[in-house]
Design a binder for this molecule. Structure first.
Ligand SMILES: *Cc1c(COP(=O)(O)O)cnc(C)c1O
Length: 445
């Protein structure tokens, strides 16, 4: 292949390669794919990225995703040519990632026991559809457009469908959102409806809905935009780019994420692997993934809580049998993921192998927190004047727990990602109406 970008299977013993124009989002043996780049981007681009913060009339400079377009140039275009950018790159008028940067929040720092200057939180909820998913959706839909796809397909109950439906509406594509019949509150799907998506009800649970959506995508020329899509991962690399750029390319000690399907930590891991390989960073931050206690697959497997073996990427030979046995155990015991933080209520994280790879590269760790801890985390972020949803509360809650355990040191530099904004209005209302809750301000009168 003479192309400068291509797709490659992440399984080293498979290693199949495909051109960027390939329609398959997985390798023919069903493994995850990576987008690979042959050229090493010059560190002089750091200066260019900085100057683009004055966008000078270009929405692609304004976009927090496409401002870094040289590092995700899978379209292989002349990135300085405005016409080519307009022809190929999908952007919601530059809004994805535009508002995102790390902030210091003193009340959160006090709550978690960190120093005021060492703790940074990066809200991704101010993206146009309200979550970090827009970072990856702009790139996935760019690829969809590149290969001439007419219809986006996803299984989702919330933020993925909102992001997919928004970009589909803006690009004049169709969008089908698969949900388990009768199990989804209409409020959660309101954005998908509003952006004109077709809701498809599937008998069964979320796993059945995902399986059906993948099958229909294959047989009816649909384009899957769940995070198994490697182009989603490319756009989400810009989340750590923005954090590290803000810290003058001095990486923090830790980057902390809530863990659901594990697409986000896969993106962070890939971003760090590439930056390190390209010589852009000298230090590798450690990733900390925070699971919910009610959906703790990665926590259980990584920490050897299921069988004694601690599941590892193991240089590309992970013990996948262990994962299968864990899933069988969940099924046979009738254990279903259960947390009010629905964005991370996932029992079978589709990106678990890429997630393990990210943890191995960064010497990462996995912690878990309760619903009550996430609610406190969400609420203290609110008291600093920032909006986030319950799943995002896992970041401050996890940092607090890890500082208490002295895994994270008090003066380590930590960046926590706040993945989405509040979309479930009943949660803060219920929280504040119960005076038992730590940060509750009950109504008066
Ligand atoms: C999707 C989502 C997550 C989980 O991210 P993964 O990449 O699936 O691990 C966490 N928080 C919010 C708000 C989300 O929308």
């Amino acid at each position: 292949m003479n192309e400068s970008a291509f797709l490659k299977c992440i399984n080293p013993s498979c290693g199949l390669e495909y051109p960027i124009y390939s329609k398959n989002i997985e390798c023919e043996r069903g493994h995850l794919l990576d987008v690979k780049y042959k050229k090493t981007p010059s560190t002089e681009l750091k200066e260019l990225f900085y100057t683009r913060r004055n966008p000078q009339g270009s929405i692609f400079n304004e976009s927090g995703v496409w401002r870094f377009r040289e590092l995700l140039n899978f379209c292989q275009i002349d990135t300085s040519n405005q016409e080519e950018c307009s022809k190929y790159l999908v952007s919601l008028d530059g809004a994805e990632g535009r508002q995102s940067k790390p902030y210091q929040m003193s009340k959160v720092a006090d709550f978690v026991g960190a120093s005021h200057s060492g703790l940074w939180l990066q809200p991704e909820g101010y993206n146009p559809s309200g979550s970090f998913k827009d970072n990856g959706m702009s790139t996935a839909v760019t690829h969809a457009k590149l290969i001439g796809a007419k219809k986006l397909i996803c299984a989702s109950t919330g933020n993925t469908s909102a992001a997919a439906a928004m970009y589909a509406a803006n690009e004049n594509m169709e969008c089908d959102v698969y949900i388990p019949a009768g199990q989804i509150a209409p409020g959660k799907l309101s954005q998908a409806y509003q952006f004109g998506a077709q809701i498809v009800q599937v008998q069964g649970n979320f796993d059945d809905a995902l399986a059906k959506s993948l099958d229909d995508a294959k047989h009816h020329d649909g384009y899957t935009v769940n995070s198994v899509n490697p182009f989603r991962i490319e756009g989400q690399k810009t989340i750590p780019y923005r954090a590290i750029e803000y810290l003058n390319w001095n990486p923090p000690d830790w980057i902390v994420y809530p863990g659901g399907a594990l697409g986000n930590i896969s993106s962070c891991g890939k971003a760090l692997m590439e930056l390190y390989e390209w010589g852009w960073i000298k230090k590798i931050p450690r990733i900390a993934v925070i699971n919910s206690e009610g959906a703790s697959t990665l926590y259980d497997l990584y920490n050897g809580n299921f069988e004694e073996t601690e599941l590892r990427w193991n240089k590309g030979s992970p013990d996948t049998g262990l994962i299968e046995r864990y899933y069988k155990h969940l099924d046979s015991k009738g254990i279903r993921p259960k947390t009010k933080a629905t964005a991370i209520q996932i029992g079978r994280p589709a990106n678990i192998l890429k997630g393990l790879r990210a943890l191995e590269f960064t010497n990462g760790i996995v912690e878990k927190v309760s619903d009550a801890e996430m609610m406190d985390g969400m609420s203290i972020v609110g008291l600093n004047g920032f909006d986030c949803e319950m799943a995002s509360g896992a970041s401050p809650a996890g940092i607090k727990k890890l500082i208490e355990k002295e895994v994270i040191k008090k003066d380590d530099v930590v960046v926590g990602i706040l993945t989405g904004r509040q979309k479930d209005s009943s949660l803060p209302v219920d929280y504040h109406n119960n005076p038992q809750n730590r940060f509750a301000i009950p109504p008066r009168g």
